[in-house]
Design a protein around this ligand. Structure first.
Ligand SMILES: [Zn+2]
Ligand SMILES: [Zn+2]
Length: 126
């Protein structure tokens, strides 16, 4: 005869459902607690209302779904606009679908220029 469990009317084992984006991002987990759902059907229904996409056995958060779309069909760029990066003039455009940003000159080149300018100026923080 098994020993009686302590607090039989206090603690109960329950099963809840969590979700993880298949796109490799941390969604929906930020710094807070992960959302819990009563059933997988509940999770799918609620997440669909939040613009998650379920394809095959993959679940994609809205950002990863948009990025997957753009990877297949190309970005939907807004027009180029003037911008500055670390005080350097450049142009920038944003994809209206996935929010990807592109710089001209490319961000990597701008960072090299900024680093070179700091080296020339002898900035001790560089
Ligand atoms: Zn994601
Ligand atoms: Zn895009």
């Amino acid at each position: 005869m098994p020993a009686p469990k302590p607090f039989p009317d206090v603690f109960r084992l329950v099963t809840l459902v969590t979700v993880q984006c298949s796109g490799g991002c941390p969604a929906p987990y930020g710094a807070g607690e992960p959302p819990l759902f009563d059933t997988i059907d509940d999770a799918i229904s609620i997440l669909r209302d939040m613009c998650w996409v379920f394809v095959g056995d993959r679940a994609l958060c809205p950002a990863c779904a948009a990025a997957a779309d753009c990877a297949l069909t190309g970005h939907q760029w807004e027009p180029w606009t003037a911008d500055t990066v670390e005080g350097l003039a450049c142009t920038q455009r944003t994809c209206r679908h996935c929010a990807e940003q592109e710089y001209q000159p490319p961000l990597a080149d701008l960072e090299v220029i900024v680093r070179t300018m700091r080296d020339v100026d002898g900035d001790p923080d560089a």
